[in-house]
Design a binder for this molecule. Structure first.
Ligand code: HEM
Length: 409
C-alpha cells in the first residue's frame, strides 16, 4: 500500500522553519504563530531542530492521536531519528517515559496503584488542608507576594513529597535541579550534573528506607529492588521522574492558570462564584487544553514506515507532535482560541495520548480542582501586581509557565 503513497514534504525551495518557535509578544497563552502557519501548510510539514536536522511536524489533533497510539513509533531517545530536545549523552535517561513496551509497561505498572482515581480521591481532604493552610499563610503575610513561590510550587511539591516519602525540607534542592533538567537551553554537562544529583539523592533516600521502610511509594520501590524486580538505578531514576513530573507541571498550571483567569475576568468570575464541582472540573480541563503547558511537542522515532494523512513517514525519521497545536485544532475544538470554562474539553491531549499518557493525571486533576475551587473564592480581590508584559515567561523550558507571578489583593 505504501508504494501508492507520496512522500510528504515542503517544496524544494521552501525554507524549513526552526523548532521550537517563539510565541508572539503579548499573546503568552497562544501557541507560537509559526505553528499556526505550519497548520496552514497542511497536516505534515518539516521543522529544523538545534542539531540542524529536519523532522516531521504533525499539525492535526486526529493525526497526533493516531501516531501516539501506533506501536511503530518509539519514545526511546537512542533510536535513530529521535528528535532530541537538546544534546544528550544518553545518561540523563528519565526512566520509563523514554522507554518502549514491554519494559515501559513493566516499570509503569509498578507505580500505577497510588495514582488510581480512588487512591487519589482519598487524598483530597489532605490536599484541601495544604491549600487552605498556604492561603492562610499568604493572607497573613505581606503583599504583593510571588504566587509561584508562596503557593503554586509548594502545593504540588508538598503533595508529591508526601506520596513518595521525600522530605519536603529538601525542596530547594530538588526544585532547583528539576528546573535545570527541563531547561531547553541548559548545556549537556549541566543537565547531566543535575540528573546525577537527583538520582544520587533518590538513591540515598531509598538506602535509608531499606533500613526504615515507610508507607510510601519509594519504600514500595525499595521492596521491589529487594525482590530483584528492579535495579537500584532503575528505582532511583523512576523516583526522579515522579518527583520532577509531580511538582513542576502542576505548579505551572496553578500559576499560569491563575494568570490566564486574571486576564479573562468574566471566566474568573465563574469560578469565584461557584462551588459546583462539575463546573470546577470543567474549568480544569479547559485550562489544561487552553494552556497546554508541556509544549515542546511529544517526540517519537519512527521504527517502520507509517502513513500519516495519506503520506509516508519512513523508518528512521523523527516526528514532533505539539499538543498546544492539537489542542487548538478547530476540527477538534470549535472556536479553539477562546477560553471557555463551560465547554467540554475533556478530549484534550494536554496529558499526552497512548501508552505514555500521563500517569499522574488523576492527581494533577484533583490538585487543580482543589486549587481553582478554593483560591479565587477565598481571595476574591486577587489581582496581578505586575503588567503581563513585565512577567518572565518560561520560553526556555520544556514545561511552559511563569517564573514569577507577583499578586496582591
Ligand atoms: C497538570 C499537570 C501535568 C501535565 C500537564 C502533565 C503532562 C504530561 C504529558 C504530556 C505526558 C506525556 C509524555 C509523552 O507522551 O512523552 C506525561 C507523562 C507522565 N506524567 Fe504527567 N503531567 C502532569 C502532572 C503529572 C503528575 C502530578 C505526575 C505525578 C507523578 C505525573 C507523572 C507523569 C509520568 C510518570 C509520565 C510518564 C508516563 C509514561 O511514560 O508512561 N504527571 N505527563
Amino acid at each position: 500500500m505504501a508504494d501508492t503513497l507520496t512522500v510528504a514534504g515542503p517544496g524544494p525551495s521552501a525554507p524549513v522553519p526552526e523548532f521550537p518557535m517563539p510565541r508572539a509578544a503579548g499573546c503568552p497563552f497562544d501557541p507560537p504563530p509559526g505553528l499556526g502557519a505550519a497548520r496552514e501548510e497542511g497536516p505534515l510539514t518539516k521543522v529544523r531542530l538545534w542539531d540542524g536536522k529536519d523532522y516531521w511536524l504533525l499539525t492535526r489533533y486526529a493525526d497526533q492521536r493516531a501516531v501516539l497510539l501506533d506501536p511503530r513509533v518509539s519514545a526511546d531517545l537512542t533510536r535513530p531519528g529521535y528528535p532530541l530536545q537538546a544534546p544528550s549523552n544518553g545518561t540523563n535517561n528519565i526512566s520509563f517515559i523514554l522507554m518502549d513496551d514491554p519494559e515501559h509497561a513493566r516499570l509503569r505498572r509498578m507505580v500505577t496503584a497510588p495514582f488510581a482515581i480512588k487512591r487519589v480521591e482519598a487524598l483530597r481532604p489532605a490536599v484541601q488542608k495544604i491549600v487552605d493552610d498556604l492561603i492562610d499563610e499568604m493572607l497573613a503575610g505581606p503583599h504583593p507576594v510571588d504566587l509561584v513561590e508562596a503557593f503554586a510550587l509548594p502545593v504540588p511539591s508538598l503533595v508529591i513529597c508526601a506520596l513518595l516519602g521525600v522530605p519536603y525540607d529538601d525542596h530547594d534542592f530538588f526544585q532547583e535541579n528539576s528546573k535545570v533538567l527541563i531547561r531547553r537551553d541548559a548545556d549537556m554537562a549541566d543537565r547531566a550534573a543535575a540528573h546525577g544529583k537527583l538520582v544520587g539523592y533518590l538513591d540515598q533516600l531509598m538506602g535509608e528506607k531499606t533500613a526504615h521502610p515507610g508507607d510510601d511509594l519509594l519504600s514500595g520501590l525499595v521492596a521491589r529492588v529487594r525482590s530483584g524486580e528492579l535495579t537500584r538505578t532503575d528505582a532511583a531514576q523512576m523516583g526522579v521522574l515522579l518527583l520532577l513530573a509531580g511538582h513542576e507541571t502542576t505548579a505551572n498550571m496553578i500559576a499560569l492558570g491563575t494568570l490566564a483567569l486574571l486576564e479573562h475576568p468574566e471566566q474568573l468570575a465563574l469560578l469565584r462564584d461557584t462551588d459546583d464541582p462539575k463546573l470546577i472540573a470543567s474549568a480544569v480541563e479547559e485550562l489544561l487544553r487552553y494552556l497546554s503547558i508541556v509544549h515542546g511537542g511529544r517526540r517519537r522515532a519512527v521504527l517502520a514506515d507509517i502513513e500519516v494523512a495519506g503520506q509516508v513517514i519512513r523508518a528512521g525519521e523523527g516526528v514532533i507532535m505539539p499538543n498546544d497545536l492539537a489542542n487548538r485544532d478547530p476540527e477538534a475544538f470549535p472556536d479553539p482560541d477562546r477560553l471557555d470554562l463551560t465547554r467540554d474539553a475533556r478530549r484534550h491531549v494536554a496529558f499526552g495520548f497512548g501508552v505514555h499518557q500521563c500517569l499522574g493525571q488523576p492527581l494533577a486533576r484533583m490538585e487543580l480542582q482543589v486549587v481553582y475551587g478554593t483560591l479565587y473564592r477565598r481571595v476574591p480581590g486577587l489581582r496581578a501586581a505586575a503588567g503581563i508584559g513585565e512577567l518572565p515567561f518560561k520560553h526556555d523550558g520544556s514545561v511552559y509557565g511563569v517564573h514569577e507571578l507577583p499578586v496582591t489583593w
